[in-house]
Ligand binder design. Structure first.
Ligand SMILES: Cc1ncc(COP(=O)(O)O)c(C=O)c1O
Length: 394
């Protein structure tokens, strides 16, 4: 039997122990954290839609009309009008034939990968893919080849060795802890050349990049060409849940084989209605995406002005490399004392030695508060003896 107390002690010794903090109120640009006001720089409520009045009302109305929960899996009795409507809207938004809702991004990735990559087949996965993709690979009965981050030559080498075996290439569109974008044109070319499927997780790309915030696949002009596009409803769309966009045939296949779809209760109607309204707002107010992008540029530039080297490229995810888990958490605490909340990211979320502060901006931040925050980051970093940082390894 695992000695839980020893394991917890070990996590504490290695600076890897985690605890929950309490946020008071909705996910705005500033929040009360454990009762203290702080600037929130680690929420994925990128477009400020989680607390938008219309999104809140949609959830409340749906709760009154449809109830709080769906009562069962979609395939039992949980399939309701809001689910069908949102799937139609998502497919239209992403320019795909069909969409299938899942309980969360974690469930979409684990379910889809395990369903699509069976025994005797292969999955090719970027080494910095999100944990839910890694776990999907673990659940799949296929052989897994992990290629170096964004390294299409390494991937091509792996694909060559697997010739003839059905295969799936899977990647984050925008990498969740690094903020850089996958080389989708090259991945699509390789998928075509080797006749394998390509799956892109747009958890951090939807609402953030591409025309109208349609994501990294649309930005690369590959809508419809990438076989499966996963998106989440809990980040830029401010609600909860996820979806897979694909051909009608592929979504029907997932509906019949993805265990996380089949054996899990359908999303609650208020959440589905909230996501649908958020999607409408994204469509009608594209300036939110623009504002998110300009805020990201402001923070990057201001951090660079402090002698720090923010990673990522143009996205709203702005990592600053620190080093060990202990150093990272200590810096996060120093920042908190100054009223800035940026979460320290440690193993196993990122590789050993690459712990970092991961800043995320929102469209609802003011440029001035982002510049001020960068000044405080610089001050805290100097105080911690981290005068100049190098970009997170990419
Ligand atoms: C790239 C990526 N995929 C999937 C997920 C999981 O999505 P969800 O939070 O909806 O489970 C996340 C983050 O949570 C993510 O960053």
């Amino acid at each position: 039997m695992t000695d839980v107390a020893d394991r917890l002690e070990e996590l504490r010794d290695r600076g890897l122990h985690r605890r929950l903090r309490l946020v008071g109120g909705p996910q705005g640009p500033s929040v009360l954290l454990d009762g203290r006001p702080v600037l929130l720089l680690c929420s994925n409520n990128y477009l400020g839609l989680a607390d938008h009045p219309r999104v809140r009302s949609a959830a409340a109305d749906a709760a009154n009309r449809w109830g709080a929960g769906a009562g069962a899996s979609r395939l039992i009795s949980g399939n309701m009008e809001p689910h069908r409507q949102l799937e139609e809207r998502l497919a239209e938004f992403k320019r795909y034939e069909a969409a299938l809702l899942f309980g969360s991004g974690y469930l979409a990735n684990t379910g889809a990968i395990a369903a699509l990559a069976g025994r005797g087949e292969m999955v090719f996965s970027d080494e910095l893919n999100h944990a839910s993709i890694i776990d999907g690979c673990r659940l799949a009965r296929a052989e897994v080849f992990v290629y170096r981050h964004r390294d299409t030559e390494h991937l091509a080498w792996g694909l060559q060795r697997a010739t003839g075996r059905p295969a799936l290439i899977v990647t984050d569109g925008v990498f969740s802890m690094d903020g850089d974008v996958a080389p989708l044109e090259s991945l699509a070319q390789l998928a075509r050349r080797h006749a394998c499927r390509l799956m892109v997780d747009e958890a951090h790309a939807t609402g953030a990049i591409g025309p109208g915030g349609r994501g990294s696949v649309a930005a690369a002009g590959l809508s419809g060409e990438v076989d499966l596009v996963v998106g989440t409803l809990g980040k830029a769309l401010g609600a909860y849940g996820a979806y897979v966009c694909a051909s009608r045939e592929l979504t029907e296949f997932l509906l019949n084989t993805a265990r996380s779809f089949i054996f899990s209760t359908a999303l609650p109607p208020p959440v589905v209605a909230a996501a649908q309204t958020a999607l409408e707002l994204l469509d009608s107010e594209p300036q939110r995406v623009q504002r998110l992008r300009s805020n990201a540029a402001v923070l990057r530039e201001a951090l660079a002005g402090e002698g720090l080297a923010p990673g990522g490229t143009e996205t709203q995810i702005v990592p600053v490399a620190v080093g060990t888990a202990e150093q990272t958490m200590a810096l996060s605490e120093r920042l908190l004392e100054r009223g800035v909340f940026a979460q320290g990211i440690r193993p196993p979320t990122v590789p050993e030695g690459s712990s970092r502060l991961r800043f995320t901006v929102m469209a609802t931040h003011e440029a001035t508060e982002l510049r001020e925050a960068a000044g405080l980051v610089g001050e805290a970093a100097r105080e911690a003896g981290l005068s100049e940082s190098t970009p997170v390894a990419a």
